[in-house]
Design a binder for this molecule. Structure first.
Ligand code: B12
Length: 434
């Protein structure tokens, strides 16, 4: 009897993690690719965060996913398999936005979402007519029809939870620094709520995560999901924009549905990127954060440094704003111009990219020349703001304002762990383009 074709799906890691790997989320990308793989294939997953890539084993085809910061490692893995004669398909965000670059390391590149084209690619492969490029069009409708992801491929590893789900894709906001609108389209596409709820009912564990960019983006379509969850005794975390908190009844429903934590992007305290359209103005943001906190939901607020209107005072202003609005957890990012975004095009055109070493495009390094300060000042300001916001008195004051003080304290200490003292930071190197 002929054996089943073997597919290896790889999640590349840029660095090894210690025990914290057990608190990571698995790649929904690969669980979703596995779900649309026809049953005649045997699917094996290699999550480099957890284990080495099995270069020595026999596979018929290798599929590798890559966000931008993973691309360099993804290409290394691809090159090694191809040198052994194993064909490689690259997919995901980075190969989609730079398919020509990815093609140099792959037998085929899949542009966009796997669901509409992956089975055809595999058919072509088995028939010996694999094409170099497969393209899924950017959807414009408002419905998302995808199969439940395959959690079985994660077996044998420990994650925070394997129960990650997407109820929607797409985002109408089209922020210049974000990959989501150019990639997933500008409409909120929601799954049928009954299908989402059926998937959630299949879970054995209590904890789950919605990886949607904005699960509450269209409240009318999110409500049936939340209402259905209210009796399920699940505990969930997700991302949304703060604007959802303008509706006190929606906040109550979110809490009743089992939400324990929400991540929101406030992004900037000033200028065009202050997310007022998405999150209200400065003073109302303070009220909205309080409303979410008072509902017993941990609120993580994400800020970005380095926009063109940011001068050296931005760090201090941001820390003071966060003291006032007291989200449970503040997060700070260095602005990163990801390829495929309009910000990348602008900085590239203006000659402001320091390099195109994708492995350093990760929100924690400065890869461009800011308008009103040096790259070093931006890096140092980012470090100083993090240090300041995670001083013990600052943590104590935040925790005292929220409910669930122990959980809040634990989260804050978890975040504090990775923050270096600003006087120990290394100087940023400028490197030549690869
Ligand atoms: C959940 C999430 C996380 C989670 C979990 C990440 C994980 N383990 O996968 C956490 C919070 C940990 C996280 C962290 C980070 N993230 Co994140 N994250 C997301 C988010 C919101 C959803 C990702 C997801 O699961 N999508 C659902 C899947 C099904 O979609 P998909 O990945 O696109 O996969 C589909 C297709 O691309 C394709 N496909 C994908 N891979 C492959 C492979 C093959 C072989 C094939 C054929 C097809 C294929 O098929 C899939 C099904 O259609 C996205 C935004 C988004 N909407 O995607 C940001 C996003 C991916 N993250 C981003 C970033 C920058 C990061 C961080 C670097 C940020 C940071 N410094 O903290 C880190 C890196 C962490 C790491 N692992 O190294 C950026 C990536 C930008 C870029 N150009 O690279 C995004 C797009 C956010 C944004 N707004 O810009 N993230």
């Amino acid at each position: 009897m002929k054996s089943r074709p073997r597919l290896l799906l790889v999640y590349p890691a840029t660095h090894k993690l210690g025990w914290v790997r057990r608190f990571q989320l698995p790649s929904l990308s690969l669980k979703q690719v596995a779900a649309v793989t026809p049953p005649e294939w045997e699917v094996v997953m290699a999550d480099e965060v957890h284990e080495d890539v099995p270069f020595g084993e026999k596979f018929d085809l290798v599929g590798i996913t890559a966000m931008t910061h993973q691309a360099v490692r993804a290409y290394e893995i691809a090159d090694r398999f191809r040198a052994q004669g194993v064909p490689v398909v690259l997919g995901g965000i980075h190969p989609t936005v730079l398919p020509e670059e990815a093609q140099a390391h792959a037998d085929a590149v899949l542009i966009g979402e796997a669901e509409p084209v992956w089975a055809k690619l595999l058919d072509d492969f088995l028939a010996g007519r694999l094409a170099p490029l497969y393209r899924a069009p950017i959807p414009t409708d408002d419905r998302l029809v995808i199969p439940w992801s395959r959690r079985d491929i994660l077996a044998g590893r420990q994650y925070l939870t394997t129960q990650t789900v997407q109820a929607s894709r797409g985002c109408p906001y089209d922020c210049p620094f974000c990959t989501v609108t150019p990639y997933f389209g500008r409409t909120f596409r929601y799954r049928n709520p009954d299908d989402v709820l059926a998937e959630l009912r299949s879970f054995e564990g209590k904890l789950m995560v919605f990886v949607d960019d904005n699960i509450l983006g269209d409240p009318v379509r999110a409500k049936p999901i939340l209402e259905g969850m209210a009796g399920m005794n699940l505990r969930w975390g997700g991302q949304a924009n703060l604007r959802f908190a303008e509706d006190p009844e929606l906040v109550k429903l979110v809490a009743r549905s089992g939400c324990i934590g929400i991540f929101v992007g406030i992004e900037s305290v000033t200028g065009p990127h202050a997310n007022h359209a998405k999150t209200g103005n400065g003073s109302s943001q303070i009220d909205l954060v309080k409303r979410v906190r008072d509902a017993g939901i941990v609120l993580e607020a994400s800020m970005i440094f380095g926009f063109d209107d940011h001068d050296e005072g931005i760090f201090e202003r941001t820390v003071r704003f966060l003291e006032e609005c007291a989200p449970s957890i503040p997060t700070f990012n260095v602005l990163t111009p990801y390829p495929g975004t309009s910000l990348f095009k602008q900085f590239d055109r203006e000659g402001r990219l320091l390099h195109k070493d994708w492995s350093r495009y990760d929100h924690g390094q400065v890869v461009f020349r800011p308008k009103q300060m040096t790259p070093e000042r931006l890096y140092r300001g980012w470090q100083e703001a993090r240090w300041e916001a995670y001083r013990l008195p600052a943590i104590a004051s935040r925790v005292m304002k929220g409910k669930g003080k122990l959980v809040n304290l634990a989260y804050n200490f978890l975040r504090r762990g990775g923050i270096e003292r600003p006087d120990r930071i290394v100087h940023i190197r400028e490197v030549a383009e690869p």
